[in-house]
Structure formats: structure tokens, C-alpha cells
Unconditional design. Structure first.
Length: 306
């Protein structure tokens, strides 16, 4: 298991040395000696837990905590305040800002070790639950919920940059008939193999791949123009055919095939993310109507609405 990263923020070198001696065998430890340095270091190393002194040069610990809790990347990082002050008002203030615990100075090694261990393990569990909430259990790909979040973020980025954004939507041809013929276990195995093929086909490009539902998959390709997106789609189709998953009753081939729709957008006309996905779905439908085991695509300019 990869070691968790602990960021110690204290302006006293002796305190840092004590805490490092307690933690360095079990964690990757890094340090900061001011509030400003703490924020910069946290954004660089993305720690699993922060030990934060209240009294610091520049920004104090409370200000650092407030700044970190409004950062979307760092907001969920647990913060333990350290203080030599016996002041319940300070403790309440820190907890109200989002800190999860307090450690009193002078540092007691056994107490520090136990509290850090407990909170790091709790963070691991929260991270795992968060991952499961956005992951398709069968394939390990992103699920539809995560895809929708990613779509919104990439659409906004495309609107800011004016770059291309492409989506590939694909469907396993006659999958219900495949399930009826070979059984649901074979159907699940087929879906897993297609998902793995998508990962292989997309490993050299920037992409987010999701199981959209049932036998349908969606790939979002930031920065991919229509020609590039079609090239990726063709590679997916080629690799799926190369699997040669037997399908004797298919009306297309003796092996499993996929139909693919592609839609590419760039910001200058009128569209929303939902209509864009619907356009990719329309292209997928045209691919099926056209005989399946093929790619149909379109491109358009959009005026981004958000």
C-alpha cells in the first residue's frame, strides 16, 4: 500500500523534528514553516492529512484552514490543529472552520501517532466510498453519474478555450440477443472485455470512458477534433473486432461487433451539453440503421451557454 502523505506546518524546527521522528517510518512527511508556504505545499503535494499549528508567521493556522477548505481539490483533506494554548474558544473556532481534531503541545508521541493513524484510515475509507460512488461495479469504468459531472466540466473548459471537444458513443450490436443465446454470465464477460478494449484503445489519448448503461459506453475526448475522434473510434471498432468474441446468431458478423456514433463540438454556434450527447446518440442510431459495425459522425459549432 502506498504511504500516506502528511504535511506538518509549524514554525518551530524542534517541533517538526519531533513529529517527523514519530511519523517518518509510516508516512511520507513534508514540511512548511509559514501559512503561505503551507498553502503552496498543500497544492503541490496533495497531502492525505495536515498537522497545522495555529500560531504561524504571515497567515495564521485559522486563515490557512479557511483557505484550504474553499479549494475544491483540498477541501476534503483532514486538518488537525496543534496548539500550546488551552483555549476552548480557539478549539471551537478551528472545528467550525473544518478541522477534525486538536493535538496539544508539547507533542505526546503516542497520542500523535494514534490520532494521525485513525484519521488517515478514515480518509482512506472515505476516498474508497467516493470512488465506488462514481465507478461502474462490473467494468471499473466511470459510471453515468461521474460521466455527467465530467461532461459539465469539459464543456465549460471547451467554452473557455475554444478548443474541440468530441464524444464517442458506442453500443454492442444485438446485445439482448447475445444474452438470450449465451446467458448473462457470458454477457457480463463480454461487457468487461469491451471495457478493457476501450481502455487499451484510449491509453495514448486524453479521454474519460464510462459505462453509460447496459451495453452502451461513452468516451469523452477533450481537445480531439473530428478527424482525431473518428480515428480513435475506428481504432476502438478495430480492436473490438479483433477480440473475435463468438456470436453465431449475429446478423452482422460471426463475432461481437459495435456500432459507434461520434459528435465533435467547438464553441461558436448554439448548443448545450445535453443536446450534444443527444446528437452523439443520434449518430449512434444512424450507425445502427446503416448496418451496424460502423461509425457515423457529425461536427458543429456551438455558443456555450454555461
Amino acid at each position: 500500500m502506498t504511504k500516506a502523505t502528511i504535511l506538518i506546518v509549524d514554525d518551530d524546527v524542534a517541533n517538526i523534528e519531533i513529529m517527523n521522528a514519530v511519523l517518518e517510518d509510516d508516512y511520507d512527511v513534508c514540511f512548511a514553516m509559514s501559512g503561505e508556504e503551507a498553502i503552496e505545499t498543500a497544492r503541490t503535494v496533495d497531502p492525505d492529512l495536515i498537522l497545522l499549528d495555529i500560531v504561524l508567521p504571515g497567515l495564521d493556522g485559522f486563515e490557512v484552514c479557511r483557505e484550504l477548505k474553499v479549494d475544491p481539490v483540498l477541501a476534503d483533506v483532514p486538518i488537525i490543529f496543534m496548539t500550546g494554548l488551552d483555549d476552548s474558544e480557539d478549539e471551537m473556532r478551528g472545528l467550525s472552520l473544518g478541522a477534525i481534531d486538536y493535538v496539544a503541545k508539547p507533542i505526546q508521541p503516542a497520542i500523535l501517532r494514534a490520532r494521525v493513524s485513525n484519521h488517515v484510515e478514515l480518509k482512506r475509507l472515505r476516498d474508497k466510498l467516493a470512488e465506488l460512488a462514481v465507478t461502474d461495479a462490473l467494468t471499473g469504468l466511470s459510471n453515468r453519474r461521474q460521466l455527467e459531472r465530467t461532461l459539465e466540466a469539459e464543456w465549460s473548459r471547451m467554452c473557455r478555450s475554444g478548443d474541440w471537444l468530441s464524444v464517442i458513443m458506442l453500443d454492442i450490436d444485438f446485445f439482448k440477443q447475445f444474452n438470450d443465446t449465451y446467458g448473462h454470465v457470458a454477457g457480463d464477460r463480454c461487457i468487461v472485455m469491451i471495457a478493457a478494449t476501450l481502455n487499451r484503445a484510449l491509453r495514448r489519448v486524453t479521454a474519460v470512458t464510462a459505462r453509460y448503461g447496459g451495453e452502451e459506453f461513452v468516451c469523452i475526448l477533450p481537445g480531439a477534433d473530428p478527424a482525431s475522434a473518428r480515428q480513435v473510434a475506428e481504432e476502438i471498432r478495430r480492436q473490438v473486432n479483433a477480440l473475435q468474441i463468438p456470436y453465431e446468431t449475429s446478423q452482422v458478423s460471426s463475432y461481437v461487433t459495435v456500432s459507434i456514433g461520434v459528435a465533435s463540438a467547438r464553441c461558436t454556434g448554439d448548443m448545450t451539453p445535453e443536446r450534444w450527447i443527444a446528437e452523439a446518440d443520434k449518430q449512434l442510431y444512424l450507425s445502427k440503421v446503416g448496418g451496424r459495425d460502423r461509425i457515423v459522425g457529425t461536427q458543429f459549432q456551438v455558443t456555450c451557454l454555461g
